[in-house]
Every structure is written in structure tokens, then in C-alpha cells.
Design a protein around this ligand. Structure first.
Ligand SMILES: [Zn+2]
Length: 145
């Protein structure tokens, strides 16, 4: 029996990047954007999608600044799938297995696992919220041979 890819399920729930961003905005900001640098709410949406300009400290930002998703080139759907797999399989999730399931290279998988571990402590609030809402989870146990 072939395992279905968790990626397929995540893409069903979050078809576009914007769906992922809106989800993160909802849980990080309760849909009220706040500058990650100075915490001001005096912000304006920018023309460039998913970015805001802070009118207090005059910088631009997106919701991923200072989170585990910061400056990533990996699609957010793959991050969501990785977090899901990490939570469900923490003790046995290897970078080799993650690479195989997400169809990414092993170094990338290793980096992702590192960031997710770090996020559990450093970005505790956001990470806890992601786990709490459970919206990204399909609760997939991986098979280890
Ligand atoms: Zn600011």
C-alpha cells in the first residue's frame, strides 16, 4: 500500500501561498497586523502582496519576520507538512525521511527540523498557537522501515 503524501492534504487545505499567509496572520496577529520590530499597530498594507509598512519605525515587514518561516524559499505548505510530521513523529523523524516525504533534499530537511526545534522554544507563542489551532494538522504518522 502506498502512503499518500501529506503534502497533497496540506495543499487541499491551503491551495495558495496566500492561504498560508492568512492563516499565520490570523494566529500571530488575530488579523490585526503589528510591526514585529516596534509592535506598533500604525501599519499600512503595501502594494506588494503580503507586506506592510510600519508608520512608526518606517520599515516594511511581512508576517513571517522573526518566525521560523522567515526568509524561506521552501513553500509554506511544505513547512506546514513538516511541522505536522514533526509533532506527530518527533522521536523518529529523521531528515532523510522528511526529505523523502516532502521531496526536498536532505540538507534542506535537516535545516527545517533544526528551525522547527528552535521554534518550539524561541517562538514559543506562535508555535504553541499553530499546535493549538491544529488547522495545519492532518495527524500523519510516518512509517519507518
Ligand atoms: Zn515598527
Amino acid at each position: 500500500m502506498k502512503e499518500l503524501s501529506p503534502i497533497t492534504d496540506i495543499y487541499k487545505k491551503f491551495p495558495a501561498k496566500g492561504d498560508c499567509i492568512r492563516y499565520i496572520e490570523k494566529i500571530r496577529w488575530s488579523n490585526k497586523p503589528a510591526c514585529p520590530h516596534c509592535h506598533s499597530h500604525r501599519v499600512s498594507p503595501m502594494k506588494r502582496e503580503f507586506r506592510y509598512h510600519c508608520n512608526s519605525c518606517n520599515v516594511s515587514f511581512s508576517v513571517t519576520v522573526k518566525t521560523l518561516f522567515h526568509n524561506t524559499r521552501i513553500p509554506l505548505q511544505k513547512w506546514f507538512a513538516a511541522i505536522d510530521l514533526f509533532i506527530q513523529n518527533e522521536k523518529i523523524l529523521s531528515s532523510r525521511k522528511l526529505a523523502e516525504v516532502l521531496d526536498i533534499n536532505k540538507d534542506t530537511a535537516w535545516t527545517m527540523i533544526g528551525r522547527i526545534r528552535e521554534a518550539k522554544s524561541e517562538y514559543g507563542y506562535l508555535f504553541a498557537k499553530i499546535v493549538e489551532t491544529g488547522e495545519i494538522f492532518i495527524k500523519r504518522k510516518i512509517r519507518v522501515e
